[in-house]
Design a protein around this ligand. Structure first.
Ligand SMILES: Nc1nc2c(ncn2[C@@H]2O[C@H](COP(=O)(O)OP(=O)(O)OP(=O)(O)O)[C@@H](O)[C@H]2O)c(=O)[nH]1
Ligand SMILES: [Mg+2]
Length: 466
């Protein structure tokens, strides 16, 4: 951290402006070597006022490379809490690369991925949950994912974890007093206070884990599988939901073999939809493999759109083969145009509603025509409602990620053991070990006790320049 790093912070390619970022003790000196307020080399601009925008030119051996704006942000009021200089240049890959190379030849080092954010963490401007939230904001694929990431970036998770950690540290200090001055605290007092703190912290850890399980798919996408017999219109529906022609549609049964997958946002919530091969009894080897893959996707899905068409019948057995019990399922009756006109009046002489087993009675049913774009909006509403209604995320914008969840699970096991220790009157020294371990595990979430391995894993996933 004693050196000065530089990187292009904006994406590769052409654009209005591109930003080059420099951070470290020599940031201003290095920038001053290549920046001039006039088109010709002048005295080095070292005395620029901090947190102001300065107009000037980047010069290379007297030649103007670009007209730029330069913003010095001296420590500690900067992204990394070090001296930072940002140069706003015209955004073309050649011009940005030339400016970067000039900075490197004047003493800066090319930043590693995520190194600016890593420095912000190591300089204690942000904790590890906030650093992770920076990557989540950049990678957010939906409004809901962005909302959680933004709250975490502002310290929502950090504050709550620190509060739990402080409670445990307080309890540990009480246990330490008991060890050193056994006469000052009675066993009963310690047990009462210990149980109270442990119950509260355990409840909160469980709540965090529940929130992870409830809402992590809001970050990654809720998995929907479209399934049914061949030719019922699964691929047509897939294309409607994606609003583009992704899956091949033909009048031939057995058109879709490989599962076709794509992501889409509905109401700001990310979904990953899979169109699958029609399920039926067949001797065709390729179809058999496709059907096996379809079943894998159906098993892993969070929601199934089970499709049928008018004029067919389905036995209980056939239904069970396609839809596993206890899966969230919407019964989609497609090709409704064959039996009803646009105003919902029954057509005479055509096919009738499908004959379905009683297991379908409890399913939410939506009638659509994928071909004529009827009922699709209602189906979208039902999908969103069914997937999000169980979430009790109101008032709590905290969604721990998998790393946090694993740490919380470790914390829980130490605390359960400590609780048992209090209940069975174990020696204070043993209780202290469990408490210490739980405090350390909580610290890995915020970064207070995180190992270098954890830091490397987190920051290596960042882009360069962040
Ligand atoms: N009348 C009518 N035809 C439809 C509708 N939706 C789909 N089709 C037709 O039904 C046929 C099969 O559609 P697909 O979307 O390929 O059906 P699928 O379920 O994906 O078929 P497989 O991949 O073979 O299992 C095509 O000819 C579609 O044009 C609809 O709402 N009404
Ligand atoms: Mg298909």
């Amino acid at each position: 951290m004693n050196d000065t790093i530089a990187a292009i912070a904006t994406p590769y390619g052409s654009g209005g402006i591109g930003v080059i970022r420099i951070s470290g003790p020599d940031a201003m000196d290095i920038a001053a070597q290549i920046f001039s307020r006039t088109r010709t080399p002048g005295p080095a601009a070292r005395d620029l006022e901090t947190h102001r925008v300065h107009h000037g030119y980047i010069l290379d051996k007297g030649d103007v490379i670009d007209e730029v704006l330069l913003i010095p942000m001296f420590k500690p009021r900067s992204y990394t809490a070090e001296d930072v200089v940002e140069i706003q240049a015209h955004s073309g890959s050649i011009v940005l690369k030339q400016i970067l190379e000039l900075l490197l030849s004047n003493g800066a080092r090319l930043a590693d991925p995520g190194e600016f954010t890593k420095r912000a963490f190591l300089n204690q401007r942000i904790d590890l949950t906030q650093a992770e939230a920076v990557a989540d904001i950049i990678n957010a694929r939906s409004a809901s994912a962005l909302k959680f990431a933004a709250a975490q970036n502002l310290g929502a998770l950090k504050n709550q974890i620190q509060d739990l950690r402080n409670r445990l540290i307080h309890l540990l200090s009480l246990v330490d007093v008991c060890i050193d001055f056994p006469d000052d605290v009675t066993d009963d007092d310690l047990a009462a206070q210990g149980m109270d703190t442990l119950d509260r912290v355990i409840d909160q850890c469980r709540e965090f884990i529940r929130q992870h399980e409830d809402a992590c798919f809001l970050k990654e996408g809720i998995r929907i599988a479209i399934c049914g017999k061949p030719n019922v219109g699964k691929s047509s529906l897939m294309n409607r939901l994606l609003t583009r022609e992704k899956s091949i549609v033909t009048a031939l049964p057995g058109t879709t073999r490989d599962p076709i997958q794509d992501a889409v946002n509905m109401n700001g919530i990310p979904f990953v939809i899979t169109d699958t091969a029609g399920i039926h009894d067949t001797d065709d080897l390729v179809e058999i493999i496709g059907i096996e893959r379809a079943k894998d996707h159906i098993r892993d899905a969070d929601l199934i759109l089970f499709m049928v068409e008018p004029g067919t019948t389905l036995s209980e057995m056939e239904f069970k083969k396609m839809v596993p019990p206890d899966k969230k399922t919407i019964l989609v009756i497609n090709k409704i145009d064959l039996i009803q006109d646009r105003s919902g009046v029954e057509k005479q002489g055509g096919p009738s509603l499908p004959g379905l087993p009683s297991a379908c009675d409890n399913l939410i049913q939506v009638n659509i025509s994928a071909l004529h774009d009827r009922g699709i909006r209602k189906l979208r509403e039902k999908i969103v409602h069914l997937c999000v209604r169980d979430l009790t995320m109101d008032g709590s914008a905290v969604v721990p990620n998998l790393r946090h969840k694993n740490a919380l699970t470790r914390v829980l096991s130490y605390l359960e053991s400590a609780k048992q220790g209090f209940q069975t009157g174990q020696p204070e020294e043993t209780l202290a070990i469990d408490l210490k371990n739980s405090i350390d595990s909580l610290g890995t979430i915020t970064g207070e006790t995180a190992s270098l391995d954890i830091l490397d894993t987190i920051f290596n996933n960042f882009c360069i320049g962040k």
